[in-house]
Design a protein around this ligand. Structure first.
Ligand code: AGP
Length: 593
């Protein structure tokens, strides 16, 4: 996820305004920033680093021209470096492009363009775009047509903003599956990834649909389809405050990020071919050891159940902070998989150092260029985009997606692979239950005792994650327990003030979990059950029921059943007047041991 902006102003230099606009998109990414403006030629300043740091270093706003484009980057292809920062240009420095999205076929396009003599200077997928546009303008077509021809070569998602000395009066935007909006001010015009970028300047907005192009000129805005036909769009007046707009109208980043999970999974699934390449590089191993903290530890636990079920490889899971005390049995036959969304968690980095000395290491990470990605021998990226809320939501779901993809690539399990592809749609359907979950949350807001979250097998990590979300953002104690273990002690705590959230998808563990529900119900517990729509037995045991399609079996349940638990914690937090984005005593990234 990156942020792009373009503008044409009437009588002000574009660069300072562009910088102010991309600052409002910093929540979409923050590892590099760049601006290109056009006056007599193209002027570009860009570098790796946070916006303010780069501005201080380069005086990035010191560029001439009333027109320009800007970018704030969240690295996907290529490390955060100056070379990889946008804007990217063609060979002759006449075309500058900023891009948000992923070009899936960039490797093929790049080698073809290189064969044709184009010179590349970055490792990004984006750089193929200015070179493609260059190729077509060299063939004699105008800029708009060259962009149209270029995007016909591209597979993937994109929102682009383009300026060129060939047609210096225009700023052109085009989109497919990545957001792009048009802001219409008084004699000044904008394009941006999102409304907050332009809200200081105008609240009049046109929304572009996929495969539409917008041309900004001094005289106004023209929107066209890819057949070059002019389209008439409805103007919208934005009523959001700038703060609301940054969260796309959601009250909190956490809720926005919960809603982004379907897209985040879809983007992560696009990593399949990269994962296949990575798997080929593994040396032979006889055992697997997952290492992580917090939510990433719960993803690891799912990994253990999955790898032991599918691969039959002995797999253990170790908390990163405990790793140094239990790592003596590591050897060259062990594959150590470290999971960390930030790639900067001190406990996990320490464990990685130890593991690197004895074993093969693979890191599953969300932040490109973070320390874990540099230190690990192999890396797989999750594509959640930046996560601002302290409570991990979309990064957890994408960690699970990467683990499942890894397992399918290792086993060539086509059936599981097909099931994985359905997850984004399932998540969308689950999110339709939001009002129902909010109602449930209201009923349990004043729980003075602890909640229990129970599940067996693949649902045990989901129970742990549900309990962690509750603790973090509601300050109510949540105890995640293997359902079969209750009778060995905690059953003594159950009474009618204890809600029990039971996770019981269809599968091997279902019937025994139902028996455990009967045990706690007999002691007065209120049951919130999660299970299949068809499961009348489970429904009859529950006071509140959250239902899923019965296509989601036990093995696939971790990536989907956790979504209502995130919403449950979120809405209890709201009812209790807590800011879920900033829970007390916690930090997004824990860089101390
Ligand atoms: C969970 O909501 C937390 N934010 C926390 O447990 C987190 O998962 C843990 O600190 C590990 O972080 P990492 O994935 O960045 O290494």
């Amino acid at each position: 996820m990156c942020g792009i902006v373009g503008c044409i102003l009437k009588d002000k230099d574009a660069a300072p305004i562009l910088l102010e606009c991309v600052k409002k998109l910093e929540y979409r990414g923050y590892d590099s920033v760049g601006i290109a403006t056009s006056s007599r030629g193209l002027s570009i300043k860009k570098d790796q680093g946070k916006i303010d740091e780069v501005d201080e270093k380069l005086q990035i706003t010191d560029l001439p021209g009333l027109k320009g484009i800007a970018h704030v980057r969240w690295a996907t292809h290529g490390l955060p470096t100056r070379e990889n920062a946008h804007p990217h240009t063609d060979c002759k420095n006449r075309i500058a492009v900023v891009h948000n999205g992923i070009i899936e076929n960039y490797k093929e396009l790049r080698s073809k363009l290189e064969e044709e003599g184009h010179r590349f200077t970055s490792n990004t997928d984006t750089e193929v775009i200015p070179h493609l546009i260059e190729k077509y303008t060299d063939n004699g077509v105008g800029l708009e047509e060259a962009i149209r021809q270029a995007i016909q070569q591209i597979k993937g998602s994109y929102a682009l903003a383009v300026i060129s000395t060939l047609e210096p009066d225009k700023v052109i935007g085009v989109r497919k599956e990545s957001p792009l909006i048009v802001g219409v001010g008084e004699d000044e015009y904008f394009i941006a990834s999102d409304v907050p970028a332009i809200l200081q300047h105008t609240n009049q907005v046109l929304y572009l649909d996929d495969n539409e192009m917008v041309i900004l000129e001094d005289t106004g805005v023209t929107i066209k389809n890819l057949d070059n036909e002019v389209l008439i769009k409805e103007m919208h007046t934005i009523e959001w405050s700038p703060d609301m707009a940054e969260k796309q109208g959601f009250e909190h980043f956490m809720l926005k990020e919960i809603h982004e999970q379907s897209v985040a999974v879809k983007n992560t699934l696009m990593e399949e071919s990269e994962i296949k390449e990575t798997v080929k590089k593994f040396r032979h191993f006889q055992r697997i050891c997952f290492v992580a903290c917090g939510t990433s530890f719960h993803a690891s636990l799912v990994g253990k159940y999955l790898f032991e079920t599918l691969l039959g490889t002995p797999t253990e899971v170790v908390l990163a902070s405990e790793f140094e005390y239990s790592s003596n049995s590591l050897d060259e036959n062990t594959l150590v998989i470290l999971i960390t969304q930030s790639g900067e968690t001190a406990d996990t980095l320490k464990a990685l150092k130890i593991a690197n000395k004895k074993s093969q290491t693979l890191a599953i990470v969300n932040v490109v260029g973070s320390t874990a990605t540099r230190d690990a021998q192999h890396v797989i990226y999750t594509r959640a985009g930046p996560e601002i809320g302290v409570a991990a939501t979309k990064t957890y779901i994408t960690q699970l997606t990467s683990i499942y993809l890894l397992a399918t690539c290792m086993t060539e399990n086509e059936e599981l692979n097909q099931q994985l592809k359905k997850i984004p749609e399932y998540i969308k359907t689950i999110l339709e239950m939001e009002d129902h979950i909010r109602e449930i949350a209201r009923r349990y807001t004043n729980t003075s005792n602890a909640f229990f979250f129970i599940g067996r097998g693949f649902s045990y990590p989901t129970a742990l994650e549900g309990a962690l979300k509750l603790k973090e953002i509601t300050y109510i104690h949540g105890e995640g327990y293997a359902a079969g273990e209750l009778k060995h002690g905690p059953l003594a705590l159950i009474d009618d003030d204890v809600p029990v959230v039971a996770i019981a998808p269809p599968g091997k563990s279902h019937d025994k979990t139902v028996s455990n529900i009967e045990e706690v119900k007999a002691r007065g517990a209120q049951i919130i059950a999660l299970g299949s729509r068809e499961d009348d037995v489970l429904k009859s045991e529950a006071h509140d029921y959250i239902e899923f399609t019965d296509e989601i079996n036990e093995i696939m349940s971790p990536i989907t059943y956790v979504v209502p638990l995130q919403l449950l914690a979120y809405y209890i937090s709201i009812e209790r007047g807590i800011d879920p984005d900033k829970p007390k005593n916690l930090a997004k990234c824990v860089t101390v041991e």
